[in-house]
Structure formats: C-alpha cells, structure tokens
Write a protein that binds this ligand. Structure first.
Ligand code: FE
Length: 285
C-alpha cells in the first residue's frame, strides 16, 4: 500500500490485522502484530508485540540477555511488572502505565524479565527504526514510572495517557526523541463519545484496540477488540465508540530508507547486519 502520499481530512481504515501467535525470548507467548508475513513493517515501525497472560508459563522465562542495534524498543506495560537491565548500566522495573524507551543505537545488550511469578502480565513492545544517520548513535535509555506519563483528563471523561508526542489539546508526552518522533497515545474513550487527533499528513498511523471496539473515520468502519487498524491518508484521526473503548494511537513519519533485518539487528544493508553479528560476537557492543 502506498503510505507516502499526503492528504487532508479524516483518515479511513485501510487495513485490519489481528496479528499472529508468536513466541520470543525464553518461550514468552505473545501476539505479533507488526513484523509478520502479513504485515512486515509499517515504516518506521518494525515490530509490535502484544503480550497478555495470567498463566506464568506464558511469560516466566522472560527475555534473557540479548543484543540490539540500529533501532529503538518501546515497552509500555498495562499490567504486571518487568525488570530491565542493560550493559550500559541502566536498570529499572516498569509498572502498569510506565514506559521504557531504549535507543539501541550502535549496540546494547539487555534483559527484560518479569518481576512476578504469577498474575497478569500485559503490555506492548514496539520497535521504532532509526534513520541511517543515527543507527550507530550512542545507546540511550529513558524510563518513566506511571506518574511520569502525562495523563490528559478531558471534560467529557476521555483519558489520554501521553507516552510520546502531543495531543490535540496540547499535552506533551514524557519521552524525548532525537530521531523518529512518534506520537504514542493510550486513549480511554467513554461510551458514546468520539475522539480526534491531528497527525502529520505524511505519517504512517495505526490504532490498536485494547478493550471494546471503535468506529473509525467518516465511514465508521468497525475495528474490533485486539485488532490493529492501519489508517489511510489524511491529517486527522477520528474515532467513536458506542460502548466505550481503550486503544493505542501511534503515528510517525516514515523514514523511506532501505531496511535490512538480521534477528535483533536492523540496519540498512546486509553488510551492516554481518558487521553487527561480528561486532557482537567479538564483544564490541
Ligand atoms: Fe530486547
């Protein structure tokens, strides 16, 4: 699909996918939504995983020590606790409503382990690509507790947790980005209300419904619970929900650069991937 054209107006639903069951790390079961054969990427978003289970065997193995290079990982938790630790000396526990934004840059080795032995663990991990000029930048790490993620409380009862970017009412997220600057909102919409957000006309934009269902765009197409909707062209997102909904709205300008993937590394060329494996093997991360 051509997502580079600009346009004005309300964005309509262009593609819907529920993702597919996947397993990663040490046997963590999740739904992979972006980064599948059906939806390889949505430039600059390389991957979106949704994890959510109250069975410890689905998550207890966590994601033991592993490397990344060339992009950023964003973990946003809805339930449970996860401990992050990396070889740049960063360590922290994310709690529901908290976010961890890691810039792997030229290389980082980290682990992401559940800080719980039972109960519900639920959240998302999004991979945001870095432009060619920043792939070898210094690794970075930002972590915000739930109280550090601005909450916009609208008069009509709508709540917007602003992970990144700025809402149409002017609330700006906690995360500071030097490269790709996504908008990342977690919106709770009471029954019968509608919600609007301005987005860049050239952005790639998706919605993911966490709870309830959404009516998307002027045509009011239905986006169901636990599905991802990619939006078509326009400079405004407009959604409604007859029975109430909670959803993510994520949007960013595409990089339009070549993408070479090799497991945990995402570069621009095959040679750079080979170099990444070689650097990791020889402890140059
Ligand atoms: Fe990781």
């Amino acid at each position: 699909m051509n997502t580079t054209l600009s346009g004005n107006g309300i964005r309509e639903l262009a593609l819907v996918t529920p993702g597919m069951p996947a397993s990663d790390g040490d046997g963590v079961r999740m739904t992979r939504i972006i980064g599948t054969p059906e939806l390889n990427m949505l430039d600059p978003f390389l991957l979106l995983d949704a994890f959510g289970s109250d069975s410890p065997q689905d998550y207890i193995g966590g994601f033991p020590s592993h490397p990344h290079r060339g992009f950023e990982t964003v973990t946003y938790l809805l339930a449970g606790r996860m401990r992050h630790k990396d070889n740049a000396g960063n360590e922290g526990v994310i709690e529901p409503g908290g976010v961890q934004w890691m810039t792997a840059g030229r290389g980082i080795v980290h682990s992401e382990m559940p800080e719980q032995e039972n109960g519900l663990l639920m959240g998302f991990q999004l991979w945001v690509n870095l432009p060619a000029r920043a792939k070898m930048t210094k690794p970075g790490y930002q972590e915000y507790p739930p109280a550090g993620v601005p909450l916009e409380q609208r008069e009509d009862g709508t709540q917007v947790r602003v992970v990144a970017g700025t809402t149409s009412e002017g609330t700006t997220g906690a995360v500071k980005n030097d490269w790709v600057k996504p908008t990342y909102l977690d919106v709770t919409l009471p029954a019968g209300l509608s919600f609007e957000q301005a987005v860049g006309a050239g952005d790639n934009t998706f919605l993911y419904v966490i709870e309830g269902e959404l009516l998307v765009g002027g045509l009011q197409k239905l986006l169901a619970h636990r599905t991802l909707g990619i939006l078509g062209r326009g400079d405004r997102v407009q959604v409604g929900s007859p029975s109430g909904a909670r959803f993510l709205l994520v949007s960013a300008q595409p990089l339009n650069e070549p993408v070479a993937r090799g497991g945990p590394f995402v570069m621009n060329t095959r040679d750079e991937i080979i170099q990444a494996f070689d650097d990791y093997r020889h402890n140059r991360f």
